[in-house]
Design a protein around this ligand. Structure first.
Ligand code: TRP
Length: 450
């Protein structure tokens, strides 16, 4: 059977960007930035994206396109009979663990779509938004319904297959989302006292750096770029032979970073304007944004209504392209590894994530048990973003840098000599030395392993 593939080069870029751009940029980036002190964190983040993220992304593309298999099997195929296959397994596991709690937040976006649709934000002020978010997210039942709705949406798109589902939806949604974000950033900057938020975002104050800042920035880079779990390797297995890996990585990295910074430009001016603390944590965008919609459109209710509705719909869709990509990795793994049909594999993934999602959601409200001092939601986030993804990235860079033949890495990067790749030595140097050393040092430094 011929392996499914993306129809065009731009389709490949958009699908990978669709995976990368999601709640990581619009929800997680602002609150990580906010809780690590602003602009100084962003500088470290940018270094992580360009120095570690992009080379590791190309490495993932190399593995996926070369093996023409989902990440769960790709390592085993390229390195038969070696323990490298566990890198793929680690990735599948990370995907499975992220998908559950990620879908909880994705579910929240659906609630906000509904509230926008029924014009429920109208006439409310900053304190009301804080209170209603708390009531909603701690409700024992309501977030669970949205979580399940979201997982089912993901499920059906994944079952429908790669090209129809993923590529088409990304092609339309990504550009629209981008334009809307630009408009909203403009609106937010026009709010009273927006200046303070802008400074927080752009003027580095290194005295604000705290202990977890490097781990936070590195974890955020991996999370936002969808790296370290073979997600992009799996997508690359659907790339055509003339897709340009370096170029695709650069485009995806650029789009992803731009969206994150723009999200910051929406959130922080608005937060400072209405007096919300930037370190409010996971609730940050949900308590800040409704203020932008209510205050920024010159008091014209129709504009507030339409922009808030469009924004939450697009945020939900951006989350959807990301959940699809995670679900796809695990489904493809079960399908290829155990020979289960795609729909059976997908059912198992959905059920598992429904359980972890429900538990994560309850841990934000009624269920108070903590593990290592963290509720389950925060624990999943910490273990995946800050431990498993960077570890996966470390292993992937060692694999491509040291295990794979140098000529193979070069052939994939240059499409068998068709493209010039003068940066190949730098790329290889980063994979061999810079990335492994940097990731290890951050682990050692911030987790106190010395
Ligand atoms: N990058 C996505 C976001 O920013 C989330 C995501 C999708 C992801 N696939 C992933 C994160 C794989 C880590 C690994 O929302």
């Amino acid at each position: 059977m011929q392996r499914a593939s993306f129809g065009s080069k731009i389709g490949a870029i958009l699908a990978a960007a669709g995976s990368a751009v999601g709640l990581g940029n619009i929800w997680r980036f602002p609150y990580e930035t906010g809780s690590h002190g602003g602009a100084a964190f962003i500088l470290i983040y940018l270094a992580c994206v360009f120095l570690l993220g992009l080379p590791i992304m190309i490495a993932e593309f190399t593995v996926g396109r070369r093996a023409k298999a989902s990440c769960g099997r790709a390592f085993g195929l390229l390195a038969p009979g070696t323990p490298w296959k566990w890198v793929g397994t680690l990735g599948v596991l990370s995907g499975l663990l992220i998908l559950g709690y990620y879908s909880v937040v994705a579910g929240w976006t659906l609630e906000y779509v509904l509230v926008s649709l029924t014009n429920g934000f109208a006439g409310q002020g900053p304190e009301d938004f804080v209170a209603s978010f708390q009531t909603f997210s701690q409700h024992p039942f309501r977030p669970l319904v949205w979580l399940l709705v979201f997982l089912l949406l993901t499920h059906f798109i994944v079952v429908k297959g790669v090209k129809d589902g993923i590529e088409k939806s990304s092609k339309v949604m990504m550009p629209v989302l981008f334009i809307l974000i630009l408009v909203l950033a403009g609106c937010s900057l026009s709010l009273p006292n927006a200046q303070a938020g802008l400074e927080f975002l752009l003027k580095p104050d290194f005295s604000k750096l705290d202990a977890g800042v490097f781990l936070g920035a590195m974890g955020q880079a991996f999370f936002s770029l969808s790296l370290g779990m073979g997600c992009l390797a799996t997508y690359a297995s659907y790339f055509s032979s003339d897709a340009r890996l370096g170029h695709t990585a650069l485009s995806v990295g650029f789009i992803d970073t731009l969206v994150a910074i723009l999200a910051g430009l929406i959130i922080f001016p608005a937060a400072f304007s209405v007096g919300i603390q930037p370190d409010a944590g996971p609730s940050l965008i949900f308590i800040t944004l409704p203020n932008v919609f209510q205050q920024a459109f010159g008091g014209i209710p129709f504009l507030s209504y339409i922009f808030s509705l469009m924004f939450y719909v697009l945020l939900a869709l951006a989350a959807l392209t990301s959940t699809i990509s995670m679900h796809e990795v695990v489904t493809a793994y079960l399908n290829e590894r155990f020979g289960w049909s795609r729909s059976r594999a997908a059912v198992c993934v959905t059920l598992f994530c429904a359980v972890t999602g429900i538990l994560s959601s309850l841990s934000l409200g009624v269920w108070k048990t903590t593990f290592f001092g963290l509720g389950l939601f925060d624990l999943f986030d910490f273990v995946t973003a800050k431990l498993m993804l960077p570890l996966g990235g470390l292993l992937i860079s060692l694999f491509v840098g040291w295990y794979l033949k140098r000529s193979l890495a070069y052939d994939e990067l240059s499409n068998y000599g068709q493209l010039k790749a003068p940066y190949f030595p730098v790329y290889l140097f980063i994979l061999r030395y810079v990335a492994p050393v940097a990731i290890s040092l951050i682990f050692i430094h911030e987790l106190g392993w010395l």
